[in-house]
Design a protein around this ligand. Structure first.
Ligand code: FDA
Length: 304
């Protein structure tokens, strides 16, 4: 737990981030979890996965931009990704963080940037998934996601099972027919806001997942947890919910075995594929989820 907290603390250090992202060993560090530093790298991975029958959501790494010009540049780079997805005939969605579109600087500008992206996606017949960040953003992110969904019908929101509020959010999303990605949650949150123990988070996930499977609108079950995945299969079988009514989602580089097996067995499985130069906070959150990854990382760094 202490190591997780330390890694999440380090994930927010700006100077360390600058140093790491420009380090000559960046590529060696990141290969496990990140498709590469460029859009071409991301598209190459997308192509390979789709050929294997695995769906993709592309994430151009970056969060907490510091100027509106940077936020607009983020928006434009996402519009470029959408055009590449469409021109290559890929089935992929894009995943975006609202702090990348300027939420910390101006909510109005962020909405405007997202509106441009979502309407372009709708024109191209593509979908946008809006990642969830730490709890200070939850209300604003869900409100903006809902407004976009109601205007264009091609948006998915994310709900984090570790938040105590999430049962209410899931109810509301089901009532409004809003597609949801359910994940456990990856940020450091105060105990009053989020469940702290793995047992409580897992129980919350299972409760919310059952509601989504029964009443949700094509939910994305984002987890690598065998026990939860087994429960999803069991519950869906018991209630006669067919596998095309939901999808599993996993992160690129984690449980590759499972993703391939699901695709082979005819389940819908989508991998979240991050790429780009602003990789540090994402990468540190992956280490925090499983500090044993540090061992793997060290091996990678020191091998030939
Ligand atoms: P848990 O952490 O209990 O892990 C279960 C098992 O999975 C582990 O025993 C291990 O085998 C494997 N595993 C999990 N993480 C690993 C890692 N980093 N390295 C190696 N193995 C690992 N969070 C958020 O706050 N906002 C968001 O928008 C998203 N979006 C998102 C999209 C997708 C597609 C996924 C899969 C996840 C997210 N997350 C997220 C992250 C999520 O909240 C959570 O932190 C991770 O998925 C890890 O939780 P698990 O459900 O896998 O369970």
């Amino acid at each position: 737990m202490a190591l997780r907290s330390l890694l999440l603390y380090l994930s927010r250090r700006k100077r360390l981030r600058r140093w790491m992202e420009t380090s000559p060993i960046a590529e060696r560090l990141t290969t496990r979890f990140i498709a590469g530093l460029t859009l071409d790298d991301g598209l190459t991975v997308c192509d390979r996965l789709e050929r294997e029958g695995i769906l993709v959501s592309m994430d151009r790494l970056g969060e907490s931009v510091t100027s509106l010009a940077e936020a607009e540049a983020s928006r434009d780079s996402y519009i470029q990704i959408l055009h590449c997805i469409a021109s290559n005939g890929f089935d992929a969605t894009v995943s975006v963080k609202l702090t990348q579109f300027g939420l910390d600087l101006s909510e109005a500008a962020c909405r405007e940037n997202l509106e441009r992206l979502v309407s372009e996606a709708a024109r191209l017949g593509k979908k946008v998934e809006i990642d969830m960040e730490s709890s200070e953003y939850t209300d604003r992110t869900l409100e903006i996601a809902l407004a976009m969904h109601q205007a264009h019908g091609n948006v998915r929101a994310v709900v984090q099972a570790y938040l105590r509020r999430s049962a209410k959010d899931i109810e509301r999303m089901c009532e409004l027919r809003m597609p949801v990605r359910l994940c456990k949650g990856a940020y450091k949150e105060p105990a009053g806001v989020a469940f702290a123990s793995k047992r409580e988070v897992d129980e919350s996930y299972i409760r919310l997942m059952r509601v989504l499977l029964e009443r949700g609108c094509y939910p994305g079950l984002a987890t690598h947890d065998d026990r939860i995945i087994e429960e999803a299969h069991r519950f869906a079988r018991e209630r006669g919910i067919p596998p095309d009514r939901y999808e599993f989602q996993m992160l690129y580089g984690i449980r590759r075995d499972l993703a391939r097996r699901f695709a082979a067995e005819g389940y819908r499985i989508r991998l979240y594929v991050p790429f780009g130069e602003a990789w540090y906070p994402y990468f540190m959150r992956r280490l925090a989820e499983r500090p044993a990854n540090l061992v793997f990382l060290m091996r990678n760094l020191f091998k030939g």
